[in-house]
Design a protein around this ligand. Structure first.
Ligand SMILES: [Cu+2]
Length: 443
């Protein structure tokens, strides 16, 4: 425990799930019968399959891509209707359609970023980040979301084309899910590709505190996956990129516990929340109500912030899947192998992921295959975007893969650390390359 996390003692022990007691996601897959009991209103019919226009590759990928501008076999014709949903986003599961059911609970956990640095976290099922959800396109996803904290939370399904009521925007598409409440999210998994989910309440705190996770939608027919056709691969890695100001998170978690009583009262009465009309939390019925309040003396919190309440974050830890170097997981590869890496900009800062000793292919953006893959050695991953790359095993060794923004290569300002991992060749020795096993924590 560091001085930075001095607020930790303020949180009652019973609120905290031990990091060793993390619950795994439970999953039940079933097919819909006529009585699913979850209806979303009338369905919207679409007559065309917009992805049907995607031309199939015409040639087999012929070995190494070499210096070709575009890998052989890549063909992704532009289609003006391609952003129309493949399946109607509204409506309920019909008989015979598959439903993947998940139970997700948000609780408070202690999360260790690197040895010696622990923070209190809001976690989906006890892990930071939350569990990866992976489903085929077109199937239904049913998530029973239960809140075991004293705060309001939601789950926003980022990049998913779904019914408006399922979008997870608190006081927008739903009331925030309050203490002890359960909200059922039901949506079709579409479009295929790399996506993620996160809390949409007080995102500056809640996302830093751990409320995000990967949502991977597999193509209905994996054999028709353009990426896989051109770059056959067996192994893939998902990397959620984010950062945290540990001082801010600990301070605000402490404050949250102090306000617990008021929050619970508001939860008992959404009406009360409306009546308060911005008096406490800054929620207004509409723009006019907000402007009227300002005219009659209401001072928005950003005008005169109470000391220490909303400090701009000063990020001091930069993470891949919730851990900083040297605790990040390595990527494994063999000579001649393709691996797919799904990079997700889950935090608030851009990151510039750079691979040593290789070029790679940027193949998908925000889930969709690009018009043509782009050959790069550094790819920017902006907040809210996802970027899929293919790394080809062409240069045995141990290679750095990291955010090239130098501030993100530190832990609390000390190099090396942060958003860094290694591409490790399993067959390096067979190729005469000696790969050292070194862990460095200071320079
Ligand atoms: Cu939240």
């Amino acid at each position: 425990m560091t001085e930075d996390s001095a607020g930790a003692e303020m949180i009652p022990e019973e609120m905290i799930e031990s990091e060793t007691e993390q619950k795994s996601i439970t999953r039940r897959d079933f097919f819909s019968s006529a009585s699913t009991g979850v209806a979303l209103g009338a369905g919207l019919l679409l007559s065309a399959n917009p992805q049907g226009a995607w031309a199939a590759p015409t040639a087999k990928s012929g070995g190494s891509a070499g210096h070709a501008a575009i890998p052989p076999g890549w063909s992704n014709a532009f289609h003006p209707a391609a952003t129309a949903p493949l399946y109607p986003p509204r409506g309920a599961p019909k008989a015979g359609e598959k439903i993947h059911e998940f139970d997700i609970e948000v609780g408070i956990s202690v999360h260790e970023i690197v040895p010696g640095i622990k923070i209190h976290a809001f976690t989906y099922n006890g892990t930071y980040p939350g569990p990866e959800i992976r489903v085929p396109e077109g199937d239904w996803v049913l998530v029973n979301f239960t809140n075991k904290t004293s705060e309001f939370h939601t789950i926003h399904w980022h990049g998913i084309v779904l019914a408006n009521e399922m979008d997870g925007v608190p006081n927008g598409t739903q009331w925030g899910t309050g203490p002890g409440e359960t909200f059922k999210y039901l949506f079709r998994a579409q479009p295929a590709g790399t996506h993620f989910y996160h809390c949409h309440n007080m995102t500056n705190l809640h996302v830093q505190a751990g409320m995000f996770g990967a949502l991977i939608i597999e193509p209905r027919d994996p054999k028709e996956d353009l990426v896989r056709k051109v770059f056959p691969y067996e192994r893939e890695y998902t990397m959620l990129l984010s950062e945290v100001d540990t001082v801010m998170v600990e301070g605000q978690m402490e404050r949250m516990m102090k306000e617990m009583g008021v929050m619970q009262k508001m939860n008992e009465s959404p009406k009360l929340m409306k009546e308060m009309n911005g008096g406490m939390m800054g929620w207004f019925a509409n723009k006019k109500a907000f402007l009227d309040s300002v005219k009659s003396g209401y001072i928005p919190p950003y005008v005169a912030p109470r000391a220490g309440r909303y400090p701009a974050p000063n990020f001091n830890f930069f993470m891949i899947n919730g851990r900083s170097y040297p605790m990040t997981d390595e990527m494994m590869i063999r000579s001649g192998e393709n691996i797919r890496v799904r990079l997700i900009g889950a935090g608030a800062m851009p990151h510039y992921m750079h691979l040593h000793g290789h070029d790679f292919w940027h193949v998908c953006q925000d889930g969709s295959p690009l018009q043509a893959p782009i050959r790069l050695n550094t790819v920017p991953v902006f907040p809210g975007t996802t970027t899929d790359i293919i790394i080809q095993g062409t240069n045995p060794g141990m290679w750095h893969f990291h955010d090239h923004s130098d501030i993100a290569s530190t832990n609390n300002g000390i190099f090396p650390g942060g958003m860094m991992t290694m591409l490790m060749y399993e067959d390096a020795a067979q190729h005469g390359v000696k790969v050292p096993e070194i862990v460095q924590v200071s320079s």
